[in-house]
Design a protein around this ligand. Structure first.
Ligand code: FES
Length: 256
């Protein structure tokens, strides 16, 4: 884990409350993988005092070294302050943290399922998987069409299935239906979204009696992000686990 003052390269609003920030932070990029997260804290002042976790959305080579992307929604003081930061400003950040998605070397067909902001880590996973020659089918479920903006950068080799609750783009409904249709095709499933989405997916898996491994990312409140405070502890079928250190990636069956 590295602790750095990360310089903001760009910080733009994509739609609604959703923003994309790129940070110049080579130590945070080194060794990071999709599904891992970093903690960030606004410099100057003690409000908010604690750091905030955010999933990696991507890593790229910048003019002066590696840069890290974070896709975030403005909810609360830390993200509201972050949204006001301009290129050249700095934030304190530490990472990479946690256990990210684990793609089995032999897996050929990867099914990705994102609910809302769950696109944040999965877009990067899709890019990496396509670059390695895997077959990727990416189901994204959002309320309305404009919320699909984060998947614009997906490589064309990835099959994209868009589901909107209001029917403004793609299929109308929830991700559960295309997930059920594609489950038997997949060697592995990777998901990120709200808990009700995971509960619905678990029902589909049970009904289909599927043995396909399904990895999900869990989101909880975190204070330290490094296994010290136990503020992120959860009950699993294998006992109490810390989301920050044992996760945030868990097997769906371990939790739901
Ligand atoms: Fe402190 Fe996980 S956030 S132990």
């Amino acid at each position: 884990m590295n602790v750095v003052r990360a310089r903001i390269v760009s910080n733009e609003r994509l739609f609604g409350r959703t923003h994309l920030v790129w940070l110049h932070a080579p130590p945070l990029a080194k060794g990071a993988s999709p599904g891992q997260f970093l903690m960030f804290r606004i410099l100057n002042g003690s409000d908010p005092l604690l750091g905030r976790p955010m999933s990696y959305h991507g890593v790229r080579k910048g003019a002066e070294g590696d840069e890290v992307a974070l896709l975030y929604q403005v909810w609360g003081r830390a993200t509201a302050l972050l949204a006001k930061k301009a290129p050249g400003d700095e934030v304190l950040a530490w990472g990479p943290l946690g256990r990210g998605y684990a793609v089995a070397p032999r897996a050929r067909n990867l099914l990705l399922v994102a609910g809302g902001m769950g696109t944040a880590p999965l877009v990067w996973l899709a890019e990496q998987a396509v670059a390695k020659g895997k077959n990727v089918s990416f189901i994204i479920g959002v309320r309305t069409a404009e919320q699909t903006a984060p998947v614009r950068s997906l490589p064309p080799q990835a099959e994209l299935v868009i589901v909107t609750e209001d029917g403004s783009l793609g299929r109308k409904g929830l991700v559960t239906e295309p997930f059920a249709e594609s489950l038997s095709w997949a060697d592995q499933v990777f998901a990120c979204g709200p808990r009700p989405m995971y509960e619905s997916m678990a029902q589909v898996v049970r009904k289909a009696r599927s043995r396909t491994p399904v990895q999900v990312l869990l989101e909880t409140n975190m204070a330290c992000g490094i296994g010290l405070c136990y503020g992120c502890a959860i009950e699993t079928r294998r006992g109490v686990k810390q989301v920050c250190r044992d996760g945030p990636r868990f097997e769906l069956r371990e939790i739901f």
